[in-house]
Write a protein that binds this ligand. Structure first.
Ligand SMILES: Cc1cc2nc3c(=O)[nH]c(=O)nc-3n(C[C@H](O)[C@H](O)[C@H](O)COP(=O)(O)O)c2cc1C
Length: 184
């Protein structure tokens, strides 16, 4: 399934509801992907997103060196890969291959998109303030991609393939469920 590009302002519609994400990165031909539960939209204009990444992560090193990253949104079918990317260190390992994921080229950054995900946000590192034992990696949104059958103004999380994973902590996750809409 190919991705369809969306306007940059739509990036927040992919992560507004707080799904677990896969952060991909690349520097000098070395690609990596890690799981992050701590991701959020951070600005409307310009569109920006933020992910809290520990400085010990290989991902942190690749992003600081390349100044780029991609926030990929996995569906619930990728639980095993999410766990794999969150419990293995990419230094000295091809984590894409090890975790059964396929890197595909994006448009604006060298970091690959994760083909099996339901959406992806290409980012340029705008700032990286420290917050205790994590860095808040703030990315300016450069391109937004989504599986065309799973997005209609918003992510259609009621469709089985678009249900997302939400992390409670430890090995516990819950899947997104029914949407309730505030009446006019
Ligand atoms: C469900 C889950 C959520 C996680 N969320 C984060 C997070 O938000 N930030 C972070 O720095 N690490 C998080 N981690 C830990 C990293 O994914 C983990 O340390 C990983 O091995 C780092 O990979 P790397 O060294 O290849 O970059 C999470 C792990 C799991 C399993």
């Amino acid at each position: 399934m190919d991705f369809r590009q969306l306007p940059l302002a739509r990036a927040n519609r992919l992560i507004n509801h707080g799904p677990v994400v896969l952060v991909s990165s690349c520097h000098h031909g070395r690609s990596n992907v890690m799981t992050a539960a701590w991701a959020m939209p951070a600005s409307h204009t310009p569109p920006m997103v933020a992910v809290a990444v520990g400085p010990s992560r290989y991902t942190h090193e690749l992003i600081m060196d390349s100044r780029e990253f991609v926030v990929n949104i996995p569906g619930i079918a990728l639980l095993d890969a999410v766990w794999c990317c969150g419990t293995n260190k990419g230094r000295g390992m091809d984590k894409f291959a090890h975790c059964g994921l396929t890197p595909v080229a994006g448009k604006r950054v060298a970091a690959p998109l994760v083909k099996e995900c339901i959406g992806a946000i290409e980012c340029r590192l705008a700032d990286h303030p420290s917050a205790g034992d994590h860095s808040i990696l703030i990315g300016e949104v450069l391109a937004v991609w989504v599986r065309p059958d799973l997005f209609d103004e918003r992510l259609l999380v009621e469709k089985e393939d678009a249900r997302t994973l939400h992390h409670l902590g430890g090995r516990d996750f819950f899947p997104s469920g029914a949407v309730i809409r505030k009446p006019e």
